[in-house]
Write a protein that binds this ligand. Structure first.
Ligand code: NAD
Length: 282
């Protein structure tokens, strides 16, 4: 059996087209949505992500402010700039590209973003609201994963969902969102025993490990929905996910590719959140 491919590119294009229409409506009502992105230092991967975000904004009609700060920026300087953006009514979303240089405390910076402008969904207020099912900004990657399941016609209700990875930005919130959709959720991590058999029982498997081809064919239940969050390089330097795609596609019912999967949906969900942040000010 060959799995259906959940096409992140096509899905992200649909989402961005909807955002664009929403942005036009927002502008008609007098508000130009705007996203500020702060990049500290010159990490090449971060530079690529930031450029991608600016391009998405342009496609959606969102104004983007990209600010590059030197690698030796102090925490006080970054917090001062954040305070200005927080007070600026023309800026609806604020995103600080992670990781930050070692001299800066990531948590302190995240907590300086007002929850109503926290379009990454990383502040404690948004994380807490997500936990209790209140209206909030959902973190973009897990929100994108859920959109992909939805697009594939997979309703998590009553299904066994296994999430590999427990990071604050992917694993934990992905598990929470699946729980909110009534899945029975197991979170696996670096100390999990019997990982293979747990995964092999999953109707929905989300891999957010950060290791190339970590999920092998024997970890896939026939017909399962497989969401591959990983972005890695294989031994030949080629982009690949956490899932051995060829082996998994033999058994899965549907699967997301890398590239062309969750990464693109993550970007699209940031646009959704930015539009929402602007709409909330109308
Ligand atoms: P992380 O390093 O913070 O977390 C990795 C998790 O994997 C940890 O919770 C750890 O417990 C678990 N883990 C490590 N080794 C394991 C093992 N042997 N068995 C079981 N679990 C194990 O990473 P992250 O930030 O959550 O990112 C995970 C992957 O997703 C990375 O490849 C990252 O590049 C990618 N990512 C992609 C997107 C996207 O938009 N597609 C967004 C964020 C992260």
């Amino acid at each position: 059996m060959a799995a259906r491919i959940i096409d992140g590119k096509a899905l992200a294009a649909q989402v961005k087209a909807r955002v664009r229409a929403g942005v036009e409506e927002c502008v008609r009502q007098g508000v130009q949505p705007c996203l500020a992105v702060l990049l500290v230092g010159d990490d090449p991967a971060s530079e690529v992500y930031v450029r991608g975000k600016a391009k998405d904004c342009e496609e959606c009609g969102i104004r983007s402010l990209v600010e590059r700060l030197p690698a030796d920026t102090t925490q006080a300087e970054l917090l001062a700039r954040l305070a200005q953006l927080a007070a600026d009514d023309s800026v609806h979303g604020i995103l600080v590209q992670l990781p930050l240089p070692a001299q800066i405390d990531e948590r302190a910076v995240i907590e300086a973003i007002p929850p109503q402008k926290d379009v990454d969904g990383f502040t404690p207020v948004n994380v807490g609201r997500m936990m209790i099912g209140e209206k909030c900004f959902l973190p973009c990657t897990p929100a994108g994963c859920l959109e992909m399941l939805n697009a594939a016609g997979v309703d998590p209700a009553g299904k066994r969902a296994v999430v590999i990875g427990r990071s604050n930005i992917v694993g934990k919130p992905a598990a929470m969102l699946l729980l909110a959709r009534n899945a029975t959720v197991t979170i696996c991590h670096s100390r999990t025993k019997d990982l293979v058999s747990i995964c092999a029982g999953a109707d929905i498997l989300v891999a957010a490990v950060g290791r190339p081809k970590f999920v092998t064919g024997d970890m896939i239940k026939p017909g399962a929905a497989v969401i591959d969050v990983g972005i890695n390089r294989d031994e030949n330097g080629k982009l690949c996910g956490d899932v051995d795609f060829a082996a998994a596609a033999e058994k899965a019912g549907c699967i997301t590719p890398v590239p062309g999967g969750v990464g693109l949906m993550t970007r699209a969900m940031l646009m959704v959140n930015t539009l929402q942040a602007a709409r909330n000010t109308l």
